[in-house]
Ligand binder design. Sequence first.
Ligand code: SAM
Length: 158
Amino acid sequence: MVNSQFDTTVAVYELSMAEMPFREHIEAHSLLKAVGDLHGLSVLDLSCGSGLYARRLRTAGAAQVVGVDESEAMIDHARQREEQEELGIRYVAGNAAEPIPGMDGRFDVVTAVYVLPHAPTKDVLEGMCATARRALRPDGGRFVAATLNPDFATDPQW
Ligand SMILES: C[S@@+](CC[C@H](N)C(=O)[O-])C[C@H]1O[C@@H](n2cnc3c(N)ncnc32)[C@H](O)[C@@H]1O
């Protein structure tokens, strides 16, 4: 667990699906379509943040969902939501770019929403992808990532 720039943005991410229509109608729609039918499957959500997608993936039919994030505040928030809603999601504090104990070979699907673009170096990016690959079952699975278009602009009108 590390102090993360994201520790202070829990509420922003928690509300972002409702406040930013593109998240719901373009991003979530596309991501869930790419993930496919989740019934009976186990899913690892790398960089789960406040747990938005972990909860969504579970209610979409996933049998088991584990969320991992390095931000203590994000994980605390996600666990509090879990206490209130009891979806059976497990939240683990950890660095997605390094091996995470107990995760290897257990998952049918790995998701990573807006974390690959935050990798500060190529080594970290490769570490995140390696974590995803190790987490998938040895006979395969699906790694679905939402990234940012390289032309993404931070202008308020974007
Ligand atoms: C842009 S937020 C997205 C959160 C969530 N996936 C969502 O869609 O709302 C990026 C998240 O990645 C997490 N993160 C960044 N680098 C990480 C790393 N190396 N390991 C684990 N989590 C990381 C941050 O703590 C933050 O919660």
